[in-house]
Write a protein that binds this ligand. Structure first.
Ligand SMILES: C[S@@+](CC[C@H](N)C(=O)[O-])C[C@H]1O[C@@H](n2cnc3c(N)ncnc32)[C@H](O)[C@@H]1O
Length: 255
């Protein structure tokens, strides 16, 4: 019951909550320890115990298991920061930079990672011969797919939408120089009825809501391609397993 409620918390809040629980346990331990081991206790050892305990229980308390590494390095990073008297303005600067690149990881649960060239080449196969078609990349990141599709025969317009500030700026400049167009637009506000080929590489989180939008807006004969993330409970028209290193799966939904 408690675990279910914890899982609903934003990941970062849950992570800090777990660190706090471990800190309380450690405080209790340090209060009781003098009965067994004579103080003082080394700070480095206490920080290491905090890091190890937090890493060990995070997965059990509902954080994705790979977060154990983040949990391990949070206390160690803070401790090292204090030791070297790290200027907090740097931390603020780094946070701002990370936010400008990954802001959608917090709001939409979609971080930035990029489509590889094998997948991009596979996208070419969705272009029908001898008819002009339009392409849209929902959350276009740095604009690589938009530029690539803009250069293909029979693609009359290749667009991307992006809301994270730094990827948007990069993509805007890149498409201006090499073809296609990027818009600073929330993908939920796009008009999908304009596009023949719509591509997305997002995360499991937005897929059910995105399917509603696709059903309402995309035209018969158009195609939606999702890299890696299937739409729950909807059978794709086709599934393509690519032979790249990460063994990309494309879920294809023909409208
Ligand atoms: C996994 S990346 C994929 C980037 C690019 N499509 C590619 O395949 O190389 C997902 C991108 O979607 C963007 N994104 C997430 N939610 C969005 C939204 N609601 N509107 C616009 N972009 C969004 C993120 O900022 C991120 O750049």
């Amino acid at each position: 019951m408690l675990i279910k409620q914890l899982i609903r918390l934003p990941k970062i809040v849950l992570a800090l909550f777990i660190q706090l629980i471990v800190l309380l346990v450690l405080t209790l331990g340090v209060t009781l320890a003098p009965k067994v081991v004579t103080p003082p206790y080394s700070y480095s050892l206490l920080v290491l115990i905090q890091a190890l305990l937090a890493a060990m229980i995070s997965c059990r308390l509902g954080l994705p298991c790979w977060w154990r590494w983040i949990q391990f390095f949070i206390p160690i990073g803070l401790y090292v920061g204090l030791l070297v008297e790290f200027n907090p303005l740097w931390a603020l600067g780094i946070f701002a930079l990370v936010w400008l690149v990954f802001s959608n990881a917090l709001t939409e649960r979609v971080p930035l990672y990029l489509t590889n060239s094998t997948t991009r080449k596979a996208l070419k196969k969705f272009i029908k011969p001898q008819v002009n078609q339009t392409f849209l990349d929902l959350g276009c990141g740095l604009g690589g797919n938009v530029v690539f599709m803009a250069g293909q025969l029979n693609i009359s317009e290749s667009h991307g939408v992006e809301t994270a500030p730094i990827p948007y700026l990069f993509s805007k400049i890149y498409t201006r120089l090499r073809g296609g167009r990027t818009y600073a637009m929330d993908m939920w506000k796009t008009d999908l009825s304009y596009y023949d080929i719509v591509y997305a590489f997002l995360s499991p989180e937005p897929m059910p809501k995105l399917w509603q939008k696709i059903k309402e807006e995309m035209q018969p004969g158009s195609v939606f391609i999702s890299n890696s993330f299937a739409i729950p409970e909807i059978t794709p028209t086709e599934i393509w397993e690519l032979s790249d290193r990460r063994q990309t799966t494309l879920y294809i939904y023909r409208l």
